[in-house]
Structure formats: C-alpha cells, structure tokens
Design a protein around this ligand. Structure first.
Ligand code: GLV
Ligand code: MN
Ligand code: MN
Length: 412
C-alpha cells in the first residue's frame, strides 16, 4: 500500500471528465443518451481507461461496462455515463472515473485484497431517452422489468430495437444480473448536486438514504376550438385545466415541506399547439420525491383527487400513467460508517446527508449492501452545464475511496 497523491488524482479526474465532455450528439450542449452513438463512444473511451488500469473489460446485455480486477467476491463501484439533456459533465462520470483511478492506484501499488473489484459504467440512470430510469443497474441487480423493452423514445424507437441496434440481445438481459452470493457490496461516488456540503464548508459527505420517486404522465383532454370565436364560458381548454393542476402539484409539495418533499412539472405539451387554437389536449409530467414512501403515495393520491375535481368543474377529461416508482432507499449503516472513517482519515469532517436525486445505488441496494459518498459541487448546481467539482475535492474523494477499499472486508 502507498499513500495516494491527492493532487495527481484530482488532475487525472479532471482530465478524464474533460475527455468525456465533448462526447455529445450536439455541439454546444451535452446530449449523451442511452444506446446512442455517443454512448458507444463514451463507453469505448472508458473501456480503454479500464484496460490501462489493469482491468479485464466486458459489456453486459444492456451495454453496462464491467471492468474486473482481482479475484473473489466482488466489491462493485460504479455510476453512469448517460446525461440529462444540456446537463453537466460530472453527474455520473465522476463515479466511474473514481473507481478506475482507485483500481489503478491499488494495482500499481500491488495491493493485495481478499476480494475483487468490478467497476461498472451504467448507461441508463437519467431516463433521458426512454421513460425508464435505472434500467442498467436494474439489470445488474436482477430487477430489470421486461415491460421496459416496449417503451419508445421520442422518435418511436423502442428500447428493444435500440438495444438490438447497439449490438445487444434483449434475450440476454437476465444474464446481466449478479448473483447475490458473488457480490460483497456496492459503493458509488457522486457529486452532491445540492448545496449542503458547500454550506458546511466540507468537501465530502456520506449519504444516509436516497429519496423515493414517483413519475407520472398526465393527459388532460378538452376540445380544440377557434381562439377568436368561442366565448370564454363555453370553452373546454385543456391547457387552462392543466395549469391549475400544475399549481396543485406545487401546493402539495410545499404543504409537505417538513418531509422535504419536492415536486416538478418538467415537461408540458399543448396540442395542437397553435396561437389561435384553444388547446384540445395537454400532456405533462410529474416528478415527486420524498423519503417516506407512504407520504409520497398519499401526495400522489391527493394530486389525482384534486385534478379530478378540476376536470369536473371544467368539463375536461384526465388520465394518469405512472411510469416510474422507486422506493426510498436507506444506505447500509456499516458501509456509511466505513466511508465516514475514510473521510476522517483524509482530515475532513464527514457530513451525513440524504440524497434528493435518484442514483444507481438505489437499484444496487436490491442486490447487496449499498452506500454512497458525495463530493461538494460549486453552488450546489447540477443538471446544468455550470456543474463543477474542483480537482482538489475530486482528488480527496478518490483518496478516501481508496482508503475505504483498503480497509473494507466483506462480511463472511
Ligand atoms: C437523476 O439525476 C434524477 O434524480 O433525476
Ligand atoms: Mn447521476
Ligand atoms: Mn442526474
């Protein structure tokens, strides 16, 4: 074992983030979707880094890269390579790069461990292409849902067809699953995506749990009509009804501030979408999150109840289509303690904090003990091109990850 050089690790991480950054379908903004040519290019680059670090590289039926180092039970370290549209460069890649640099350090220093490491680079954490999220980690955890295969992207391409075009066999998905007995634990390093670490003036945090999430598509139907001739009292304006529902979503989340509930309408489309036509139908999404699954479900029921009241008063119709329901996940307490000890060893105060963002760790927790370390990001900004973590913080985080690995022993 030799002490890692934090400065060098930070500079390496920054250079690798910069190398991935231009892999985008559009110049000028980051668009890196699951199973796209950009996914392929990013995976090829990362696979090369894994090989250089001394790992054997394979790819599973969902395109998840698996860099394998050492023998025995597997300590899984991973995160994702896909991005939200016009997102930042650190959300996801940092966790993959951290695993690679940690293995590289351990291999170079000829560290012997009583377990092996698999670094995983998932392709579908964000749900930016298909109305599915965490499908890659879901497959590794043996929790892939077969219905996902028929979901279509905005161009009508199904998940199954996109997989086939990527050179994968949808029939092989069950083989992507680890068996619980071969796995020791899953650890993910990720930028915080919020302001708490900055407020605490500390670079690293230990995640206590990950919020549960509900995502729904809502369709409101009314009647399209002439914007100049239909009197206001005779209209069945789907967008006016949807607007009232958006405010219900906001009100319900604010009423649950004590449970740190957040709810977002991030997408809305009026049809036919013309200046001089009363909207005949509207589709919008709801994303609602909180740590308590029962409170989350009750909030969704309240929103649906109030939406039905709105459509009744306005003579509209409404339909709800849930497309994502992830239970809240408590991170493993023994792993949390070990991550906190590693951060303390780096001379820092580990900050315990919950995650309001979804993560692959949520799926991997269905397979094995799972935990996460957060890295401070500037201004708490994420899902935004301004996302930034300093090389010093990234280097410290990777050194803490190395310390954690050196001390970690799987439960027998
Ligand atoms: C993933 O980043 C999510 O929480 O939406
Ligand atoms: Mn992420
Ligand atoms: Mn994200």
């Amino acid at each position: 074992m030799s002490a890692p050089d934090i400065k060098k690790l930070g500079a390496r991480a920054e250079a690798m983030i910069a190398a991935l950054a231009p892999i985008s379908a559009e110049s000028g903004r980051l668009v890196r979707l699951f199973l796209s040519p950009e996914h392929r290019r990013a995976a090829d680059l990362v696979a090369g880094w894994m090989r250089d670090a001394g790992m054997n590289v394979s790819e599973d039926a969902l395109g998840t890269l698996r860099g394998r180092w050492g023998g025995g039970k597997r300590l899984l370290i991973g995160s994702h390579l896909d991005a939200v549209i016009d997102g930042g460069n650190y959300d996801g890649p940092l966790g993959v790069i951290a695993g690679i640099l940690a293995v590289e350090h351990l291999a170079k220093s000829e560290t012997r461990l009583p377990f092996g490491i698999d670094v995983l680079a998932f392709g579908d954490e964000e749900g930016s292409r298909f109305p599915s999220t965490l499908s890659s980690s879901g497959a590794c955890a043996g929790a892939f849902e077969q219905e996902t295969l028929s979901l279509a992207d905005r161009n009508g391409v199904t998940f199954a067809d996109a997989l086939t075009a990527y050179g994968k066999n949808p029939g092989g998905i069950p083989s992507a699953a680890y068996t619980p007995s071969e796995v020791a634990a899953y650890v993910e390093l990720h930028i915080e995506q919020g302001p708490l670490l900055e407020e605490e003036n500390e670079p690293l945090g230990v995640v206590t749990g990950i919020v549960g999430q509900s995502r729904l598509r809502v369709t409101v139907t009314g009647e399209a009509g002439h914007a100049g001739t239909v009197p206001m009292n005779l209209r069945r304006d789907a967008l006016a009804g949807a607007a009232a529902m958006v405010l219900v979503v906001e009100r319900v989340a604010k009423a649950n501030a004590a449970n740190r509930m957040v709810a977002t309408v991030g997408r809305i489309e009026a049809i036919p979408g013309a200046t001089n036509i009363i909207p005949g139908s509207v589709a919008f999404t709801i994303d609602l999150r909180t740590m308590s699954d029962s409170i989350r479900k009750a909030a969704i029921a309240t929103i649906q109840h109030e939406a039905r009241g709105i459509v009744e008063a306005r003579k509209l119709g409404v339909a709800f289509e849930p497309f994502h329901d992830a239970a809240a996940t408590i991170c493993d307490s023994a792993l949390q303690d070990m991550l906190a000890a590693a951060i303390t060893d780096m001379g820092h105060r580990p900050i315990a904090l919950p995650s309001g963002a979804g993560h692959d760790a949520q799926m991997m927790a269905k397979l094995c003990q799972a935990a996460m370390m957060f890295v401070r990001c500037r201004g708490g900004i994420s899902h935004n091109p301004a996302e930034y973590a300093s090389p010093a913080d990234m280097g410290t985080a990777i050194a803490a990850l190395i310390r954690f690995i050196e001390r970690y022993r799987p439960k027998s």
